[in-house]
Design a protein around this ligand. Sequence first.
Ligand SMILES: [Zn+2]
Length: 477
Amino acid sequence: MTSLYVTTAIPYVNAPPHLGHALELVQADVLARHARLRGRPARFLTGTDDNALKNVTAARAAGVPVAEFVDRNAARFRDLRGPLSLSFDDFIRTSADERHRSGVTALWRACAARGDFYLREYRGLYCGGCEQFWAAAELVDGRCPEHGVAPAPVTERNWFFRLSRYQEQILALLESGALSVEPAARREEVLAFVRAGLADLSVSRPASRAGGWGIPVPDDPGQIIYVWWDALANYLTALEGADYDRWWAAGSVERTHVIGKGITRFHAVYWPALLLSAGRPRPDRILVHDYLTVDGAKLSKSAGHAVDPVDLAARYGPDALRWWLLSEVAPLGDTDFTESRLIRRADQDLANGLGNLVNRTLTLAHRHRQGLLPGTPEALSPDLPATIDRAVAAFDLRAATGAIREAVTTANRYLDYRRPWELPPSFDTTLATVVATCRRIATELTPFLPDAATRLKSQLGSGPQVGTPTPAFRRLS
Ligand SMILES: [Zn+2]
């Protein structure tokens, strides 16, 4: 059985976390928890990209020293753990963690020893929001396709990485599926980008432009390492000593990155090329989510508490927030968030659906059998675990949660059809069947709603005696 190493992208800390960060963290959390539920060892890493120039810009605008500004915002990302019920095993910070700094330096030296760097005068169009140069042909009406602003012309002397050397190897990895990119539409986009030809990549910046913030180029302290080169390395620098062997170098690990669609080429092209150059193993899977909008507007542009995941979790609870992110967000295409959609989905599926099913079942058990079940019949929906496994493997978490909703509907229909409250001769079998089904659903719910699953499992018990019914979900509307 392969083990799973799963990561999120590390966000810039120029602003507090928003709902889009919550989406990615919850998705990666589900993958880690699902693996653990199936008995696969899993390690889940997240963290923050402290070294981006835009953090420096934001700190200056706020009139706060960069290190202090970055510490404060990084803590807000780390503190999402409680409100979102996350199970990450490690949290890396690219400015504060010495393991990162020394790891990046070692990777740089490995690529340098390979002869993959050279110095060159460079003129290009730079988007500070993306922290990348754009080719004129890639702009939309002269503007960055991600940020809608015109990139600034920049001329500087930088270190370049011989990305062009790795064109054929990267193409082969993507075409063969040895490096898989899901969904398929994202794979096609990145294939088209590689087939159009890979140009060498600028991988350093003058230290003066960054006010000295960042990781210096080894043996060239006038330059700092390009923030993307630095940031991508976190997946590896987080793993030291035996952890590196166990979670990255071993043949039995599935190395998985969960990312947003705007940074696919960094993960599916630049990162594997860097690793090929450094002689390290490459990732196996890149799982790409689309974006959330809020009331139709791009998240980064929306302000206020409507997109603050901590505030949403405080008002509606982690279960309702996670359930919306997992059951309504489309695998492909942007999804619009509104609070009314979150409330409707939670009330329909959780309070009225699953909560009601468990409640009516346990009420019957206590009213007529003092909570004691006869026998152990088969649960309904025997295919539920396999259906969830397939959906999770395809990174279609909407389909995975849909399978749970389907199983709840099946059990509720079964109760309506068998009418155990009329005390027919089939009462005991019906009751025991539905209790077994609820237990199966509660177990399968664990990766998606760990808190709710714990509450339900404690009510349902595991032996012949079931607990007393208490509403597992409050109605939000
Ligand atoms: Zn941009």
